[in-house]
Design a protein around this ligand. Sequence first.
Ligand SMILES: [Zn+2]
Length: 255
Amino acid sequence: MQGFHKASDFVKSEVGNARHKGFFKAVRSNLSDLACISTLGQNTQRSTPLKILAISDMVVDRLYSTQVTERFHDVEMILGCGDLPYEYLEFLVSSLNIPLLYVPGNHDPAYDEKIKTAHAEGCDNLDREMRSVKGLNIAGVGGSIRYRPGAPNQYTQSQMYSRMSTFVPKLLWYLPTHGNVLDIMIAHSPPRGIHDDEDQAHVGFSAFKDFIQTFKPRYFLHGHTTVYKNNIVSPITMLGTTTVINVYPYRIIEI
Ligand SMILES: [Zn+2]
């Protein structure tokens, strides 16, 4: 625990100059004695798997249907990876009556608590937040790479490093009191080099790749890129011990 405090202080001091890859490198080298790093991979809070419905990018008729309660009666949580109409999320959360956590994509409005249409009612916007739900620690970061000036939820590689560097200290305080393991990270964009593409709008974030290598979440779920393009071969890729899954347009995951 002593190491944790030291590490957390270090991270806070680094927030101001975190606009480069060296931030995560420095975090890793200072967190070697941190409990949440050394015990990753084992969740002690759940003894049975949880069935999750993960969704992104496209409204699916099979889900946007009155029969959804029959078809998905055994699902216990919904995770939204962005670019979905909020009415669709609200329909699912009220039909299935289970927790729905989501991050915004580049086709969603910027979050504003005063504007009703800027968030999905009854759902939990997880952009740079974390929750413990049904025994799983879940965190999220929304947005895509910037490809259009002034558009909401779009960030340059540097801006995403900065966003992550203010999120990391929160995570460091949170994990040790919630079982140490980050079970699931949800994002809209993929990490750089995994399930991403070379065109301007679909490049993944380097900060996500560094984050995965530092915090080793059990799962990293994302959307934004479609899985049927010739150059995107598999929607499931291992990065170290983390299973990276493109959930487009929906996927049932047992964790
Ligand atoms: Zn997108």
